[in-house]
Design a protein. Structure first.
Length: 155
């Protein structure tokens, strides 16, 4: 059996990174902001021999986290949440109304992490929708929580 060289391992990591970034970039129902879209586009266009940094890997992991899809939130299916928001869409601000109409038009049965949280926040205005931590906590929120816990125990 042939040994895998360091160069082969690095090439495999580069291909893994590029494949993941490309998949995120071309996800049909993505919710990337301009910076995230530009970043993914730039990363995919890097030369084949480029070695990605730890910070770039961290950003990719964060975007993969945001790209997680969910079919329910706090015991409500996505279609149920969409129905609640869609009925009340005319009471929303313009960008909120556009979002409610867009997910309704999609006939979405799953949404990304940020999309489902936004949809739930719209629904809470009209229904008693609970909060769902969603599996795989946000890395930023988890760090903030640990920091807050340390501050309260120090007091």
């Amino acid at each position: 059996m042939a040994k895998i060289t360091k160069a082969q391992r690095e090439l495999a990591e580069v291909l893994d990174f590029r494949t993941s970034a490309k998949a995120l970039l071309h996800d049909r129902y993505n919710d990337w902001n301009d910076w995230e879209f530009d970043w993914l586009t730039d990363e995919v266009r890097r030369p084949p021999d480029y070695t990605y940094t730890e910070k770039e890997w961290a950003v990719l992991k964060r975007l993969q986290h945001y790209a997680s899809s969910f079919t329910e939130y706090a015991g409500y299916s996505i279609p149920e949440l969409i129905a609640i928001a869609y009925v009340s869409r005319l009471d929303f601000q313009e960008h909120e109304q556009e979002f409610a109409e867009k997910v309704h038009r999609w006939g979405a049965t799953h949404l990304k992490r940020r999309q489902i949280r936004f949809l739930a926040s719209l629904c809470r205005r009209f229904e008693s929708i609970g909060y769902d931590l969603l599996p795989d906590y946000d890395p930023v929120e988890e760090q903030e929580y640990v920091g807050a816990e340390a501050l309260s125990s120090a007091a």
